[in-house]
Design a binder for this molecule. Structure first.
Ligand code: UFG
Length: 338
């Protein structure tokens, strides 16, 4: 079966392509390389022995997208990753985010409807829960007003799937990721942040390798045991495997629902200081860090209830925080300082 993966050379996309190919699926990637590099395809081939078909297409280019779909007659399902994802950047450039994430997805869905492709896996985020009233968050927890244009584009994407599935044959699985980190054991693929990283783990590994001078912990005066924010860090390979299971469930027609939502996290919350401690433990390095002030927009704590994904998808996160830190560090050493 052939699966279209948009954003397939990106961080989560590339790991998912590896798991799909390892599970026997044929993959065609669409990516505009705006936040990834073409060499990722070489490394996917090194890991799996199979080179995915690749098309450099921007989903906002509706003409190029239509041309692509005209030539494709055997796509069984789509996994949609292609999107901008930097929270702070989205606040500064909201229209860029609405254009890329929303227009791109509309163009894609239009083509799927035309082609009669019915199965869609959507990359969403725990950001839709905002500051949750009750922890852990279940899929029934209320969706809160978005804190950023990025977060709002994820909510719009989810809503488009509900609305479209009400009037078409589309079936979708919405996957709400918690905090993806780690890298493939081969160290051939991983996260490639452009510029100064926003996210904690790439900032830690870049500091440890000497690319950044010092990590700043964004506040230690929160109402948590050690005063720093709590997140549910999830290994990217575990996350990638969940996509394969979600896809299988749809293709096997195992669900009665047209739209299903799953949280993808470990169910465990770790503070920023616990992440640093884990990194220091597995690498034997001392990390240069200081305590700074709070970052605006950060929720205090969030972690997932994983029961639904465990029971319905049969998916369990297998890799712990130490494993995430070790593979992130191995990846950083592989790509080096520059
Ligand atoms: N942090 C630091 N120092 C840094 C970077 C991060 O202390 O240099 C802290 C943050 O303040 C936060 C924690 O580390 O407490 C995790 O921050 P990340 O930026 O790695 O992750 P977020 O939880 O902010 O972001 C994630 C996803 C987004 C998603 C968002 C929802 O990366 O895609 O959750 O809040 F939108």
């Amino acid at each position: 079966m052939k699966i279209l993966v948009t954003g397939g050379t990106g961080y989560i996309g590339s790991h998912t392509v590896v798991e799909l190919q390892n599970s026997g699926y044929e993959v065609v990637i669409i990516d505009n390389l705006s936040n990834s590099i073409i060499e990722v395809n070489d490394n996917i081939e090194k890991i799996t022995g199979v080179r995915p078909e690749f098309q450099n297409i921007d989903l906002c280019d509706s003409t190029a997208l239509a041309e692509f779909f005209k030539k494709q007659n055997d796509i069984s399902a789509v996994i949609h990753f292609a999107a901008f994802k930097a929270v702070g950047e989205s606040v500064n450039f909201p229209l860029r985010y609405y254009h890329n994430n929303v227009t791109g997805m509309i163009n894609l869905l239009n083509e799927l409807v035309k082609k009669g492709i019915r199965d869609f896996v959507y990359s969403s985020s725990c950001t839709v829960y905002g500051e949750a009233d009750k922890l852990p968050v279940t899929e029934e927890s209320p969706v809160k007003k978005a804190e950023s244009p990025y977060g709002f584009t994820k909510q719009i994407g989810e809503q488009m799937l509900w609305d479209l599935s009400a009037v078409s044959d589309l079936r979708s699985v919405i996957l709400r990721y918690f905090n993806p980190t780690g890298a493939h054991d081969s160290s051939l693929i991983g996260e490639l942040p452009v510029g100064i990283p926003n996210n904690l783990v790439p900032y830690i590994t870049q500091t440890a390798i000497g690319k950044r001078e010092m990590l700043t912990v964004n506040g230690n005066d929160y109402d948590t045991p050690d005063g720093t924010n709590i997140r549910d860090y999830i290994h990217v390979v575990d996350l990638a495997k969940a996509h394969v299971l979600a896809l299988k469930r749809m293709l096997d027609r195992s669900s009665e629902e047209n739209v299903e939502i799953f949280n993808l996290g470990t169910g465990r919350g770790n503070s920023v200081l616990e992440v640093i401690t884990s990194f220091e433990k597995v690498t034997g390095l001392k990390l240069n860090y200081r305590i700074g002030t709070r970052r605006s927009g950060d929720v205090v704590s969030i972690y997932s209830d994983t029961k639904k994904a465990n029971e319905i998808l049969g998916w369990y996160a297998e890799r712990d925080l130490n494993d995430m830190m070790l593979t992130s560090w191995n990846w950083q050493k592989h790509i080096g300082k520059d």
